[in-house]
Ligand binder design. Structure first.
Ligand code: PLP
Length: 489
């Protein structure tokens, strides 16, 4: 028998000493609990010293470092300098504020380690269960399909892809978009999220195929303008294919008239995709769910558990009414990915419902928080944020130095500091400076935007830690900082 060379030492990534790992890991958990518990007592943002910034240019580590030391570095260089969105006074852009059980879910998902591309194991069943729960929450039938993806942008891409393939009139998967005989048109309001532009570009339809329909003074899609564009496109030999209605726009929270758009889509033979990244979860909020009535009639729907379910990033979900069309858009079964009658491959491949092959175990963090708190609590928290936004709106309306810049529909309040009759560009400079100073001082984070040509500050309250007193503080600080800027520059 010939001798086979054997490696001298066989290594693995497991710790040589599990007892040391035990103490480091427990320390991390203890610190993590204090980190979240004390978030209100810390400034939302603190200045990052140059030495910390420079640490992120450190070279590739060739050798090893004890885990304790690795963690010590994170403790000094990372954890004190987060974006700030878990803080009770973060209302910038639009995102959730996390939760401890969600974080534990992320951790346990990584410990379980499963790849949710599909297969016959508990995690895959949980992925299906969470998708079914989300369908149920949205009022979709059991026969609908769904898939957990990275976020709302990807969920929208999934929906818009199924729409394209269903309406193209040819087999787009084999022939390609160039073979589509009548160019397709999609329609969205001028308030639609920018991810739809990326989506139509990626789908090969081109940015011009996304018709921007003007919005009314309430920032909802103007349906007469929508009809006019559909007619124009038909006359020009194009094929009107899909209306993207927004349930909660990112600028102001406006909700397009979902029922009327559904009727129009039925009459015209169009697909209805609803971008519900902000508003879809209102279906579980008892006081406000009527605002998104009709969302269940969408052909496809995008929603974002990392917004109002506060799942740690990333977690989005696409739901498609016709599961067969969904599958037809993405399923591929190469010889190395075939379903088998028994064993680990004895299940439907979850990757058949989106673009990814390997998929993270996103379901666990959602499952864990939903299970711990129950859907009813999430519904109450959504109602709470909306009530807080209405309170903020009233305070703005009652204050002569503040001006509401757009109607508040749900949890987004657009306003500006206007202590005197200043020109619009002077007000823009002033309000931008207020916004930046509030961020830099770690007091509160709001964003800014422009609504119907008017620049304003924007507080998007998707935060389960916010209290009314935080919003009172916001307005006090806006005015105090504004006065300071006016008086001392
Ligand atoms: C947040 C948002 C998106 C994008 O979702 P991501 O999760 O950030 O990818 C799309 N549409 C609307 C209306 C949004 O609010």
């Amino acid at each position: 028998m010939t001798e086979i060379d054997q490696p001298k030492i066989e290594e693995s990534l497991d710790p040589p000493d599990w007892a040391t790992l035990h103490s480091t890991a427990h320390q991390i958990i203890d610190d993590a609990i204090s980190h979240v518990r004390d978030v209100r007592d810390r400034p939302l943002l603190q200045d990052m010293p140059t030495a910390v910034r420079d640490a992120y240019a450190a070279p590739l580590p060739l050798g090893s470092t004890a885990l304790d030391d690795v963690y010590a570095e994170l403790k000094s260089n990372l954890l004190p300098y987060p974006m700030g969105n878990i803080h009770p006074r973060f209302w910038m852009w639009y995102m959730g504020s996390g939760s401890f059980s969600g974080a534990l879910g992320e951790f346990l998902a990584a410990i379980d380690g499963s790849n949710l591309g599909g297969g016959n194991f508990a995690g895959a069943l949980m992925d299906g269960q969470v998708t079914n729960w989300l369908k149920k929450m949205m009022g979709f039938p059991e026969t609908a399909s769904g898939t957990l993806v990275s976020g709302g942008s990807m969920a929208n891409i999934v929906g818009l892809t199924v729409a394209r393939n269903a309406l193209a009139g040819i087999d787009v998967r084999s022939e390609g978009v160039a073979a589509i005989k009548q160019p397709l048109s999609y329609y969205a309001s001028d308030q639609a999220h920018s991810c739809h532009q990326k989506a139509v570009e990626l789908l090969g339809l081109g940015n011009k195929a996304l018709r921007r329909v003007p919005s009314d003074s309430d920032l909802c899609m103007n349906l007469a303008e929508l009809r006019r564009r559909i007619d124009e496109d038909r006359d020009a030999g194009r094929r009107p294919a899909c209306v993207i209605a927004t349930a909660g726009t990112v600028n102001t929270g406006a909700i397009d008239d979902l029922k009327a758009i559904r009727q129009l889509c039925d009459a015209e033979g169009l697909w209805l995709h609803v971008d519900g990244c902000i508003g879809a979860l209102m279906t579980i909020a008892p006081e406000n769910r009527h605002l998104v009535d009709g969302i269940e009639y969408a052909d496809s729907l995008a929603l974002d558990p990392h917004k109002w379910l506060h799942a740690p990033f990333e977690a989005g979900c696409a739901i498609i009414k016709d599961a067969a069309l969904h599958r037809d858009a993405f399923a591929v079964h190469p010889e190395y990915l075939e379903e088998k009658p028994r064993g680990i491959a004895a299940a439907e491949y979850l990757q058949d419902y989106n673009l990814q092959t390997s998929r993270g175990f996103r379901a666990l963090k959602i499952w864990m928080t939903l299970k711990e708190h129950g859907v009813e609590k999430f519904g109450r928290l959504i109602d709470q944020n909306i009530a807080q936004a209405r309170y903020l709106t009233e305070m703005v309306n009652e204050d002569a130095e503040l001006e509401l810049a757009a109607p508040t529909t749900v949890n987004i309040v657009c306003f500006r500091y206007k202590p005197a009759e200043l020109a619009d560009d002077a007000l823009e400079t002033l309000n931008t400076e207020i916004m930046i100073r509030l961020q830099e001082s770690g007091t509160a984070a709001v964003s800014d935007t422009t609504v119907k040509g008017r620049h304003c500050l924007r507080a998007a309250i998707c935060n389960h830690r916010t209290r009314l007193s935080d919003l009172e503080l916001l307005l006090r600080e806006v005015k105090a900082v504004g006065l300071e800027v006016l008086e001392n520059g």
